[in-house]
Design a protein around this ligand. Sequence first.
Ligand code: LAC
Ligand code: ZN
Length: 475
Amino acid sequence: MTEVETYSSVTLEIVNELKSIVGDNYVMVDEETLSNYAHDETENLHFPPEVVVKPRTTEEISRIMKLCNEQLIPVTPRGAGTGLSGGALAHRGGVLLSTERLNSILKIDERNHQVTTEPGVITEVLMNEVKKVGLFYPPDPSSRGSCFIGGNIAENSGGPKAVKYGVVKDYVLNLEVVLPNGEVIWTGANVLKNSTGYNLTQLMVGSEGTLGIVTKIVLKLIPLPKYDLLMLVPFRNLEQAGEAVSEIFRAGFVPSGLELMEIDALQIVSKMVDSTAVPVTEDTAAHLIIEVDGNDMDVLMKDMEAIGELLTKYDIGELYFADDAQQKAELWKLRRRVAEAVKLIGYTIEEDTVVPRAELPALIRGAKALGKEYNFKVVCYGHAGDGNLHIRICKEGTPNSYGNEEMNSCLTALFQLVHQLGGTISGEHGIGLIQKGFMHIVMKEANLKLMREIKKAFDPNHILNPGKIFDLKND
Ligand code: LAC
Ligand code: ZN
């Protein structure tokens, strides 16, 4: 199967057909709307679609897909547009299908600890709704206040809680999906165990909107832990901060958050949000943010004390404890807004590398060395407990890695290192558009061939989010 080279254009006739499906108000072709939907949070990329469509129901999405499949028009599904790998960019034009109107939480099933929701619900809204009945949906990406749960499923998102509670895939039980030909299926059943055939549910999770459009989601919930404690540990040496991470686990602790923030990242975000919450001493290189949670406060206090004690063998500064809910919220706000802050001042290129956690110091060392070799600034932060390091790159005059040769050779070197360390390209942001050129570094052609065949089985005409994760032709 080769890449589809020519898709059909969106003609006036197609626009009118789309209007007859979703209503005149929800089909847009004006410049301003097309431009608003031409970007997500990925680098400075801009690819306007030919038309933006905002359906409300599964049925409408099914009809749109049928039409586009027959007419060979590419469809790019989009949630809130907070993605960092270009998955929601309509780089082949065509229809941009927004899920923003599928925004209802359909049912919170307290008896079974499950929630059924539509994909356009903001993740934090869902978390707060289930919290009201004492339940917990843990995967909380930094963008949880604006990202959609559907996008989280497309990317198999993680976030700070993943270190103890796992990522999105660990909570998805069943999905209603519109296939590229318009057919509607449920991928599984609303059960905690399922050995009934291939696991289509998990195949959809992390498939970046290339196999189908998720229209209903059944998630597993767990009881909400009663307490948490938060501590900040300043390190004078960045690599040592990386070393301490695996030591904490080897000593038998499983924090509910273990994040790393290089000092530059902290300073940049503190300035952006005008916060002095974290004292920044000159000799600090990085902070570890350590959170523990559970139902017994005494145990948590003892654990935190023991972790603090364990870390005294490193070159650390004074430990800082967040005393109350407000201080905790302030600290998490700083951490959650790092990506936005560093992007604003020119760190536009973001990598989402992940290695086995004990290899974190080697990854940090390698990233810094590449910065010197290729002459760019680099700042690191992220989910250290998962070995998932966000590496932000600032190179003057080069806002995008996509389509940039020099940046591509640098990233090739980075991903070769990551692969040598036993890691891979993306921990939670996906491959999307910008990283597909590097897939061969971390997997064989046989793997890519299988992926292409799976894509073909779902989408023989290659109309759904084409050119994401991999190109269809052998390249
Ligand atoms: C974060 C996003 C960028 O961890 O994944 O802040
Ligand atoms: Zn992250």
